[in-house]
Design a protein around this ligand. Sequence first.
Ligand code: SF4
Length: 162
Amino acid sequence: MKRSKKIIFAVHCLLNQNARAQTVAKCPGPVKEFLKYCIKNDYGIVPIDCPQLKFEPLIRDPETKEFYDNKTSREASREVIGRVIEQIKLYQKNNYKVCGIFGVEGSPTCGAIKTHIRDENGESASVKEPGIFFEELKKVMDSAGLSVDIYDWDIQAKKMLK
Ligand code: SF4
């Protein structure tokens, strides 16, 4: 069978919502609409390890970005990013097209376009900025001179966000 030679990178929970913090899983297993989108475009999917599960329990409460803005969380992200960068280089070196890196809309860690912060009333609020993992990823990609488009997948809206 002919290879498409088209790859995307996807954060872990797009393929496994069981990894998410309690109450924020949007479906029982993989995000079906995201998989359909990948199948339609013949994208091979490279999963990105869950950064939170490197230092947090599987059963945990949802938090905002401030909670994860610390050394432990950023180091865990950097550890995951190291492998992502290696794999991007590997595919690009072999003339594959890396068509995007997908985060999850709203995550304090893996939101690529939108995350959640605490507002002045102490309430969780959606804002247009990346979570901790994507902040770190962008820094590393810039310093490595790598350019790949970055998106969120909005699970509720069933579409990508640029
Ligand atoms: S840290 Fe990222 S991969 Fe892990 S559950 Fe949260 S959004 Fe998904």
